[in-house]
Write a protein that binds this ligand. Structure first.
Ligand SMILES: Nc1ncnc2c1ncn2[C@@H]1O[C@H](COP(=O)(O)OP(=O)(O)O)[C@@H](O)[C@H]1O
Ligand SMILES: [Mg+2]
Length: 471
């Protein structure tokens, strides 16, 4: 080797050593957070891409389940958090970049969790801020971040952020998380109500327990319950065959009748008869979320969307952008669900006449309308037996049945409750009732409570005249 060659080799070696020193120093001085992320991803901070998928706040538990399933399929991984404050306003990638400015800007910290409902009586801890090192479906290194809603900053969504050296693996991982999220959706098969949070009017989804009501507890004219059940439950039972034959599955049921005749009761009975079916219940102005509710029902089918007392908000124009009545929002949502979807819309109303015109103008939304009427004498006797049971042993029901002509089902439940109170008040036992207790309760309900209560409880039309309690 010539001397000049040796010199230039030595020179090059020294340069290499110098570079190595600087590199080591740089990475030493890099905060742990940045080092962890860039070392895993194999590239510098400035080369990172972030793909974000955001979801409604009430999907947070499902998102967590999706992420958990994703990580589990890749052998698990350890979550870590970021210390420091003020990060609510920033994307995770910015938070990591900021930490490069020095330890005071935030470093590796604890994972934040919140508790969220996953059933009527079940909760789950979900990550509200946390990161995890893992790999994309194609094997490329990625960092997953999960962020919850931060209501006080007006951030209503929860999201998963996928950070990677390039976009395709980040996108693929995000898609896979969402697929697993749908597969593990905690809302599936639940009874849910849509409402608005008092706070900001945000959409709120809460879980309700599934009622269990025997058919004997629903007192309706012969055949009514069977007709309803055949329409809602029967079609669901044969969904596959019907779908294969090109028959539509989507159905609309309208339950109408005076207040207290058992419309809600019947809906609750149906819920109990269809375990595993997703139910979304909406009442009042929460109907403005019906598009979301319908989308949810379609996704989580078989499903039922219940719109309670639809007449009360049908003509409300406050909540749509074009100021059209909420009823049209409902119709649009019903139309938006494909005919092949196993989704039933159940509408209840006390005043069917206010809907008739609208339903006639846009036919095809309701394919079965059923009345829950005021009970006739036979049904009134059945209601007395249902709610009175042994309490009425030895009491002749006939006069009571006659006197309660025009009353609705809920009236009988209340009548018996008051009669028991009456018996207790007069020093008697609550196990049996006398004719006097019943008469006193009946009198109280019909006279002293006045028109208001009577109409609320579903009493007869107020133009009814004549003695209510013949001697
Ligand atoms: N047809 C009925 N058979 C048995 N109980 C009934 C019936 N209708 C109403 N009830 C009782 O009265 C309560 C109130 O009735 P509800 O179903 O809410 O009336 P609405 O028709 O106004 O929806 C029910 O929870 C149930 O206990
Ligand atoms: Mg009701």
């Amino acid at each position: 080797m010539e001397i000049s060659e040796a010199r230039s080799l030595a020179h090059a070696l020294r340069q290499l050593l110098d570079d190595a020193h600087t590199l080591i120093d740089e990475s030493r001085s890099l905060p742990e957070l940045v080092r962890r992320v860039t070392a895993h991803l194999g590239c510098g901070l400035t080369d990172l891409t972030c793909v974000t998928r955001s979801f409604k706040n009430w999907e947070h538990a499902s998102l967590q389940k999706g992420v958990d399933a994703y990580l589990e399929a890749r052998g698990g991984a350890e979550w870590f958090g970021v210390s420091g404050t003020g990060r609510e306003h920033h994307d995770t990638i910015d938070i990591i970049a900021m930490s490069a400015r020095g330890p005071e800007a935030g470093g590796i910290g604890a994972v934040d969790y919140v508790t969220t409902a996953v059933g009527p009586e079940e909760t789950m801890e979900v990550v509200s801020f946390g990161l995890v090192l893992t790999h994309a479906p194609g094997g490329e290194p990625i960092v997953l971040g999960v962020r919850g809603a931060v209501e006080r900053f007006g951030r209503e969504d929860c999201r998963v952020e996928v950070i990677a050296a390039s976009r395709p693996p980040a996108t693929a991982a995000g898609q896979e998380v969402e697929r697993l999220m749908r597969e593990n959706d905690v809302l599936r098969g639940q009874i849910l109500t849509f409402g608005a949070s008092e706070h900001r009017g945000n959409q709120l989804v809460t879980f309700l327990p599934r009622p269990s009501i025997d058919p004997e507890q629903v007192i309706l004219p012969d055949g009514v319950l069977e007709t309803i059940e055949r329409h809602v439950v029967g079609v669901a039972r044969h969904a596959d065959v019907l779908r294969a034959r090109g028959q539509h599955l989507k159905r609309g049921l309208l339950l109408h009748g005076p207040p207290g005749t058992g419309k809600t009761h019947t809906v609750r009975y149906l819920m109990g008869r269809m375990p595993g079916v997703t139910v979304v219940v909406m009442a009042g102005t929460a109907l403005r979320f019906v598009q979301e509710a319908a989308a949810l029902a379609r996704r989580l089918q078989p499903a039922i969307v219940v719109v309670e007392d639809v007449d009360l908000v049908a003509h409300d124009r406050r909540f749509s952008e074009e100021g059209s009545p909420l009823l049209f929002t409902l119709f649009d949502a019903m139309d938006g669900v494909g005919a092949d979807a196993d989704v039933t819309f159940v509408l209840t109303t006390n005043r069917v006449e206010t809907l008739e015109q609208a339903l006639a103008n846009r036919p095809g939304r309701v394919d079965l309308a059923v009345e829950a009427p005021r009970p006739d004498a036979r049904l009134r006797a059945a209601l007395l037996r249902l709610y009175g049971g042994d309490l009425l042993a030895g009491i002749e029901l006939e006069p009571l049945v006659t006197r309660t002509d025009g009353m609705t089902a809920s009236f009988f439940k209340e009548l018996l409750r008051r009669a028991v109170l009456e018996a207790l008040r007069s020093g008697g036992q609550a196990e049996t009732l006398s004719r006097e207790h019943l008469s006193a309760a009946l009198e109280e309900m019909m006279r002293s409570q006045g028109e208001l209560t009577r109409s609320m409880l579903g009493g007869p039309e107020s133009d009814r005249k004549g003695p209510l309690l013949p001697e």
